[in-house]
Design a protein around this ligand. Structure first.
Ligand code: 13P
Length: 249
């Protein structure tokens, strides 16, 4: 059985005042059957990890450099992320792939860097609207999965997040059949590559406009093991019902 995971990506939002959200989530989900990870901006990693030291919420970063250290102004390494008290890191978010030209090879190298310091990599993949409309979504996603998820991945050190780019921040979501089709293929491809035990243990999240109102429907889709949530993870009042829907699914 895969343990469900509700992950929140705060993106470039939040100052120290927003750490209150973590207190509220820890208070509301004391004995939740799901894992909960919040990925705040880098300057909040240390205080966020401290705020969650005794709570259910775990902390993740939103990106990592591939190198352990060096002359990379403005970047953060996986070792630094682990040193902050975080346990996870998002790699290959479409906003990094599109905005910074990250390739599958870059994303894979970032996941390897995360593994070197025992961080769990949340590897993001997903097609553009043009690719969806051209009928190539499944091919694009298969190639991204193959190229971005490193050898040596397990159910403990990798989570795959399917985030169709056209669903991020738009309020649009794929049909449940489309989500189910993608997740079934991802599961099949992971099992083909890593074998039934590891391929069956890697969790698959859906991301893109997940809200309290659509969460239950999405979590009922086979092979959806949770969600990677942007906007609706910024307030406990929005994220709590999503976590509850996941726990109840
Ligand atoms: P939204 O939930 O705001 O659509 O963002 C999804 C996302 O990009 C999470 O990484």
């Amino acid at each position: 059985m895969r343990r469900k995971l509700a992950a929140g990506n705060w993106k470039m939002n939040g100052t120290q005042a927003r750490l209150d959200v973590l207190d509220a989530l820890n208070a509301a989900h004391v004995s939740t059957p799901c894992d909960i990870v919040i990925c705040p901006p880098a300057h909040l990693l240390i205080p966020a990890a401290k705020a969650c030291a005794t709570g259910a919420v775990e902390i993740g970063a939103q990106d990592t450099h591939t190198a352990a250290k060096g002359a990379f102004t403005g970047d953060i390494s996986a070792e630094m992320i682990a040193d902050s008290g975080a346990s996870h890191v998002i790699v290959g978010h479409s906003e990094r792939r599109e905005g910074y030209g990250e390739t599958d090879a870059t994303v894979c190298a970032k996941a390897i860097a995360a593994h070197a310091v025992r961080l769990t990599a949340i590897v993001c993949i997903g097609e553009s609207l043009a690719e969806r409309e051209a009928g190539s979504a499944l091919d694009v996603i298969a190639a991204q999965l193959q190229g971005s998820v490193p050898e040596g991945s397990t159910g403990d050190n990798v989570v795959v997040a399917y985030e169709p780019i056209w669903a991020i921040g738009t309020g649009k979501i794929p049909t449940m059949a489309q989500i189910g089709e993608v997740h079934a293929q991802l599961r099949q491809d992971l099992i083909a590559r890593f074998g039934p035990e590891i391929g069956g243990a890697i969790r698959l999240l859906y991301g893109g406009s997940v809200k309290p109102g659509n969460a239950s429907e999405i979590f009922a889709v086979p092979d959806v093991d949770g969600a990677l949530v942007g906007g609706a993870s910024l307030a406990a009042a929005d994220f709590t019902p999503i976590i509850t829907a996941l726990a109840d699914s």
